[in-house]
Design a protein around this ligand. Structure first.
Ligand code: ARG
Length: 228
């Protein structure tokens, strides 16, 4: 394989935000694991690089590849036109659905019911963008991460949290008294973000992803973290 240029020679530096189970989460022991981590590890192996993880805020992870500080941003990142204007994306490796978390017994039973309510989201995410477009910026509170948004919901500071479905399930499982609405907001594709100028890396990552899809590795990683 041709030499790949990376931020640090021999390494594949991944910017992420490890508060987003099961894609990336921090264990009690302080290690970072999840679908994105295992997938990035498998890609790094195929590229002959050592995976290095940089944990930061979600919006910082997006900036990190744009500024050439990380090689890949992998954080359950939704492909959007706005993001495609400033970074490149691999082929998609997963889909996500924006979901609505409310307290049991809430009078919010549909997405339309969010009108006039306080909505918690994670800063810089599509959940924030959709809600501020649809219900106005004043209605939306942007938290550092999904966990703090859910805490705010528990404390009654917001009426609902809009976030991707898999982390939503994990948060609700560990926070009794909360539930996910049956109706969902929007369906999205997740992909790996890279610097626009590193086209060699983009091609190499796509080739690796294709192999991991074809030989079942990607599915077995998903099955390890998402129980059917
Ligand atoms: N899919 C959403 C987006 O791209 C949220 C991703 C948040 N990821 C994270 N690791 N915190 O905006």
């Amino acid at each position: 394989a041709a030499e790949l240029t990376t931020v640090e020679a021999g390494k594949l530096t991944m910017a992420t935000n490890a508060t987003f189970p099961p894609y990336e989460m921090t264990t009690d022991a302080g290690t970072i694991e999840g679908i994105d981590v295992d997938t990035a590890q498998a890609i790094a192996e195929k590229l002959g690089l050592e995976l290095q993880i940089d944990d930061m805020d979600f919006d910082a992870a997006l900036l990190s590849v744009q500024q050439g500080k990380a090689d890949i941003a992998m954080a359950g990142i939704t492909v959007t036109d706005e993001r495609m204007a400033v970074m490149s994306f691999s082929d998609s490796y997963a889909t996500g659905i924006q979901s609505v978390i409310v307290p049991e017994g809430s009078d919010i039973t549909s997405v339309d019911d969010l009108a006039g309510k306080k909505i918690g989201t994670q800063r810089g995410t599509t959940g924030y963008l959709y809600c501020s477009d649809d219900f106005g910026e004043d209605a939306v509170v942007a938290y550092d991460n999904g966990l703090t948004a859910v805490q705010a919901l528990n404390n009654g500071q917001v009426d609902a949290v809009v976030i991707d479905n898999e982390p939503a399930k994990a948060y609700v499982e560990s926070n009794p008294g909360l539930k996910i609405l049956d109706t969902s907001y929007a369906e999205e594709d997740y992909a790996i973000g890279m610097n626009k100028s590193n086209t060699a890396l983009l091609e190499a990552v796509n080739a690796a992803l294709e192999e991991l899809k074809a030989d079942g590795t990607l599915q077995s990683i998903v099955d390890k973290y998402i129980k059917a």
